[in-house]
Ligand binder design. Sequence first.
Ligand code: GLV
Ligand code: MN
Ligand code: MN
Length: 399
Amino acid sequence: MGANGLLAELAGIGRAGDGYTRLAWDPATMELREWFAGATTALGLELVEDGNGNQVAWWGWGSDALLLGSHLDSVPVGGPLDGPLGVTSALAAVAALQAEGWAPSRPIAVANFTDEEGGRFGIACLGSRLATGAIAPATALALRDADGTTLAEAMAAQGRDPRAAGVAGWLDEVGQFVELHVEQGRSLVHDDSAVGVASAIWPHGRWRFDFCGQGNHAGATAMPDRHDPMLSYAATVLAARELALATGQRATLGRVLVDPGSTNSIPSRVTAWLDARAASEPELERLVAGILDRARAAAEADGTTVELRLESTTGAVRFDEGLRHRLAALLDAPVLPTGAGHDAGILAARLPTAMLFVRNPTGVSHAPEESATAEDIDAGVAALVAVVKEVAGAPTVRA
Ligand code: GLV
Ligand code: MN
Ligand code: MN
């Protein structure tokens, strides 16, 4: 089946409003795991799940495999393609190659990485970070979701043994990774190209702000007498925008918890998460330091306190130059950087890795409007087929 048909099979899973909420180990991602198992078995692939929940389906077994795939989880109320496009395109590419009678000279594997978005436990790319050793299992397993459930508890509730989490042996068998992804922007629209090749990922990270003040009565407390952490938070949101805009970087406060969250009470605490991204690591450090300075100044003026805690970072990623040049020449495709994070960015620290992007007419991602035309999705699969033939060695046509 083609990628459009495979995506249609997923269309009813994890619906939320106009989009999808598919969070790690929730019923939707469990159903998607089942789907992945069925789809890979139908292709005759051998499915393995590592101790972190990453599913890897093998076409042939042995060393120096070419890994394809992406993730099936989403952000809360995300779109249909961030992740699933890479998984379905990889499966469609394998199906097309099999239909041609093409046999790989090296093993091909297709991955469904678990919890790429970090939408439940707060840290993105948990599956690939655990598999590569970029995060300690004890740290990951202790992470809590909004209900206080730890990752260890969530895995155990789905019949997994959290003690098995950690560095994954199957990665030793992988020679290269190529992740196809919907573009998160409109560069390919401007380039008039269906498919592009990634050059780099901006360094990025997530930080938690805690603003504390004095909870009090909304009617009985005179304005000058207040210690309102919501004001310090609001000033920080504006400062983040101002500083990022002035320097050409990115800063977002997209998640906030207000305690106690009552209309007629001044809050006692506001907790907010900053996502910051920049063209280089020093620029990222300067941006976050600048936002913190402004948050401190606001807190002082408001009679509140502020604390900042780093939750996760991903350094600058430059994809393997040799592989990138090879794919860009093969596909005659433009090369573009991205501000979005990916499992490919985590694996790039360990093995030659590349990414293909498929044109997104809206340019929107992490929202229901994320899109690609059926023709461009087919073009993405055709590109992946060409890449497999190029990278996985000389084709052997079965008699
Ligand atoms: C994941 O898509 C991220 O960029 O945070
Ligand atoms: Mn994403
Ligand atoms: Mn993604």
